[in-house]
Design a protein around this ligand. Sequence first.
Ligand SMILES: [Zn+2]
Ligand SMILES: [Zn+2]
Length: 439
Amino acid sequence: MGTLGLQEKQQGQAGRMSSEMICCPNCDLLCSSQLVVTGEALRCPRCSYTLQKPKKNTFARVKALSLAGLLFYIPANFLPIISFEIFGIEKVSSIFDSVATLVQQGYLHVALIVLFTSLVFPLLTLSFLLFVSLGMYSKRKPQNVPQMFRWYHHLEEWGMTEIFLIAALITIIKMYHLAGVGYQIGFFCYIGLVISCVGCSLALDKQYYWAEIEKTFASHGDFKIEEHSHHRTEKHLTAKEAGLVLCHVCHKLTRMEKTKGEAQEKCPRCQAALHSRYPNSIARTWALIITATIFALPANILPIMEVKQFGITQRSTIMDGIIYFFQDGSYGIGLIIFTASIIVPLFKIVGFLIILNSIHFSRLTRLKPKTKMYRFISFIGRWSMLDVFVIALLCASVDFGFFSDVSAAPAAVYFTAVVIATMFAAVSLDPRLLWDKVR
Ligand SMILES: [Zn+2]
Ligand SMILES: [Zn+2]
């Protein structure tokens, strides 16, 4: 482990490595890394995107946290997390049970989304991080390290353990007056898993990792390190104007060879396909936003949950669920679900319409707030899954036959579709299109 200390010491310089010329992924502006320094973070002078923010001991922290997360993974997901007791009948349920119950109730699509976002993707992202962290400095230098880190980049926002934990807490509060609630061992393991997952993404310095990957694998003969650092720094010169292209994944600047078509170009560092702008960005985003808007209607009108008590069936919509919390006096929870299920999807759809309209009519006003709004929409989008997770947990944990039984209802499918469509819209929209007409 002697080299580890050295590597950690080099980390401070790694943030500054190859940084004479960097490019903003949100507005395509080329700038010198010495241009704006706010504290330790380097922000884009045009759209205030955080270009660089070196993090201390990233390698050691990510390695430890991803390993801890993997150790928590099995007990957290397969051991019971909560138990509810009604009329002397106790029902314990695990995270995996919530997926299995949705399948039994015939909601395969929702079950698959819950399965991937709460079980599969967290496992993959933790495994990729550990593999990359170990592989970067191992003697064998496994060839798929850059590929694994690229996959991590794509899957990162789709692992939603922390949202599932908040959903579990809401479920407990919802059931508190109706049943005896017991915390099981899995619950505490799940908290460990969430801390590990969130800790990993907070501790991860992607630029440092990519720089190290490039150094390690370049010496192995895989990558050529491009020399384009001494470009002129003109005011508002974009990468596109300078004949450079920024990798969407690892943010490496590469010279675009005019002889090759865009689609054939691969990033020399992470092997992702290079595009000056995302292909068909506008058309894809429009298609996804229209899809989300259409699904938003049945998602809000149809019932999302069905409660059977003593043979009487009560069906409730998203809004009914929110009103329930307000009538119950749980204003905080009501407000959280109202924000996650109603405000966020609405804000996302309206926000995308404003951005698309701005691109379409080449409006050059308020570009900075619009870019900030795009970043906010991308960040907040996944939290709308909260209500779907609450329903999944209620279905699994409230199954007392004749006395009380909760199951999902059709709006769950439409609502999940809205969330997924708007998340994909955020991925397919290229914010640089907003800035392209600026002269
Ligand atoms: Zn920018
Ligand atoms: Zn790349």
